[in-house]
Design a protein around this ligand. Structure first.
Ligand code: PLP
Length: 428
C-alpha cells in the first residue's frame, strides 16, 4: 500500500506563493490600491482583501479572521480548502486540464454519470458550462429549440444572471434598465401567484423559469402549490418547466436539490456555484420532454473541461459524506452536507427568530439559505457585522442573507447569531 500524500493535509498557511517578477502586495491596503488601479469598476467592493480560507473561515491580508457567511456567494458550500478538492485539482492539473467536447474524456464521463445519479428523476442528459448565467442561457435556448416557441415566463424578484438572455429573465429594473431592449418574449408574474401564471402561459410560451427559493430577490421560498401548479400548467400547455437551482442546489436548502423537497420533476434544471468545489462550472440538466439537441446548436470552449469535471466529482462525493479515508481524518465534517444544512438551518432560523429586536420584520429561508428581513437598510448592518468578524450578504436593500459553507461548526453559527443580536439590539 502506498503512503497517503500528507502534503495535502498541512494547514494552508504553509502553501508557498509562486515566484513572480512583480512584487506581490501583501497588506490589505496595498492589495486594495493595486486592484483598484485596474479593476473594471462594476463591483461595489468592500474594503477587505481576503487571501486565505479554511472550512467556514477566511482571513484578510492583515491576518484578521472572519466567519464566512458569504460563502463565495454560494460557491463555497463545501467550505474552503477541502483536502479532497485540493488533492483532486492538483492531481488532475498534472494530468490534463484542457479537452474540448469534440473529444471524450474520462473525468467528464464519470461526472455525467454521478450528476445524473443525484438529479431529480427524468433529468438524464447534461450540457456542461462555466457559470450560472451560461447554464440559464443554455436552458432558454434548449427550451426555444425544443418547443419552437419564443416566450419565457419568469417571476418578479427572480434573479437568473446578467448575460443578455439570463438578464431578460431577471426581474430587477436596476439590472435590466441600462441594457434595454433585452431579448423579446420574456414576461414576469408575481412569485407564488398561480392565477397570474395561468394567465401568462400561452401557446407561445416555451418555458416557465423559476427559482425554488428566490435568493438575490430577498430569500423567498416557493409554495408547494405554486410549484406543482407550474409543473401541471407546463405539461398541459406544452411549455417546459425550467428550475434555476444555481443558488439552491448542492445541499444548500437541506436536500441535494431544493425541488426534491416538493417532488417536482423539472424539464430543464440549471446548476452552478458550488458544483466544482469553488472552481467555475455550470450545467443545464435536460429531461425527456426536451427533444434531441442536434450537434452545433450550442457549445463552449471550456465547458466540460477535465479539471472542473474532476473537482465536480470530488464535490459530489464529499457532499454526500463519501470522503476517502485519507482525507476523513483531516477534515472536521463527514456528515452528508444536505442533512447538515437541514439540521443547522432549522436551528439557525429558530435562534434568529427568537431575537427580540424591533428591527426584524421576518426570518425566512430553507436549510442554510437564510434571510432576515429588516425594517432598516441592510448595508450598515453588514458593516457592523464585519467589524465583529462576520461576513454576510444582502438580498435586496433590507434583507440580511446568510449563506455559510455547509461545513460550518455549530459553535460558529452561535457566534453569528450573537453578532446579529448585538447589531440589531435597540439603540445600536
Ligand atoms: C438563482 C441564480 N441564477 C443565476 C445566477 C447567475 O450565476 P452566475 O453569477 O454564475 O452567472 C445566480 C447568481 O447569483 C443565481 O443566484
Amino acid at each position: 500500500m502506498t503512503a497517503p500524500n500528507l502534503q495535502f493535509l498541512i494547514p494552508n498557511t504553509q502553501y508557498p506563493i509562486p515566484n513572480t517578477e512583480y512584487p506581490i502586495p501583501n497588506t490589505s491596503s496595498a492589495i486594495i490600491a493595486a486592484e483598484s488601479a485596474h479593476t473594471s469598476g462594476v463591483y461595489p467592493k468592500r474594503p477587505l482583501a481576503i487571501v486565505r480560507g479554511q472550512g467556514a473561515y477566511v482571513w484578510d491580508a492583515d491576518g484578521r479572521e472572519y466567519i464566512d457567511c458569504v460563502g463565495g456567494q454560494g460557491a463555497a458550500n463545501l467550505g474552503h480548502a477541502h483536502p479532497a478538492i485540493i488533492q483532486t485539482i492538483s492531481a488532475q492539473a498534472a494530468r490534463l486540464i484542457s479537452c474540448p467536447e469534440i473529444f471524450y474524456n474520462d473525468q467528464r464521463a464519470r461526472l455525467l454519470a454521478k450528476l445524473i445519479e443525484v438529479a431529480p428523476a427524468g433529468l438524464e442528459r447534461a450540457f456542461l458550462c462555466n457559470s450560472g448565467a451560461e447554464a440559464v442561457e443554455a436552458a432558454i435556448k434548449f427550451a426555444r429549440l425544443s418547443t419552437g416557441r419564443p416566450g419565457v415566463v419568469a417571476a418578479m424578484r427572480g434573479f437568473h444572471g446578467r448575460t443578455m438572455g439570463a438578464l431578460s429573465a431577471t426581474w430587477s429594473p436596476q439590472y435590466r434598465g441600462p441594457f434595454e431592449p433585452l431579448v423579446p418574449g420574456f414576461s414576469h408574474v408575481p412569485f407564488n401567484d398561480l392565477t397570474a401564471l395561468e394567465g401568462a402561459v400561452t401557446g407561445d410560451t416555451a418555458a416557465v423559469l423559476l427559482e425554488v427559493v428566490q435568493g438575490e430577490g430577498g430569500v423567498h421560498p416557493a409554495q408547494a402549490e405554486f410549484l406543482h401548479g407550474a409543473q401541471a400548467l407546463c405539461r398541459e400547455r406544452g411549455a417546459l418547466l425550467i428550475l434555476d437551482e444555481i443558488q439552491t442546489g448542492y445541499g444548500r436548502t437541506g436536500k441535494f436539490f431544493a425541488s426534491q423537497h416538493f417532488g417536482i420533476e423539472p424539464d430543464l434544471m440549471t446548476v452552478a456555484k458550488s458544483m466544482a468545489g469553488g472552481l467555475p462550472m455550470g450545467a443545464c440538466l435536460i429531461g425527456p420532454r426536451v427533444g434531441a439537441l442536434p450537434p452545433m446548436v450550442h457549445g463552449s470552449t471550456f465547458g466540460g473541461n477535465p479539471l472542473a469535471c474532476a473537482a465536480a466529482i470530488a464535490t459530489l462525493d464529499a457532499m454526500r459524506g463519501h470522503v476517502p479515508g485519507t482525507f476523513r481524518s483531516a477534515w472536521h465534517v463527514t456528515e452528508a452536507l444536505p442533512d447538515r444544512a437541514a439540521r443547522l438551518g432549522s436551528h439557525l432560523m429558530a435562534r434568529l427568530a427568537a431575537i427580540q429586536s424591533p428591527l426584524i420584520r421576518e426570518v425566512r429561508g430553507l436549510g442554510l439559505l437564510v434571510g432576515v428581513d429588516l425594517r432598516v437598510k441592510v448595508t450598515p448592518i453588514l458593516q457592523k457585522l464585519q467589524t465583529l468578524g462576520i461576513l454576510a450578504l444582502p438580498a435586496g436593500s433590507t434583507v440580511l442573507r446568510l449563506l455559510p459553507p455547509l461545513v460550518i461548526e455549530e459553535g460558529d453559527l452561535e457566534r453569528v447569531v450573537d453578532a446579529v443580536e448585538t447589531v440589531l439590539a435597540p439603540g445600536k
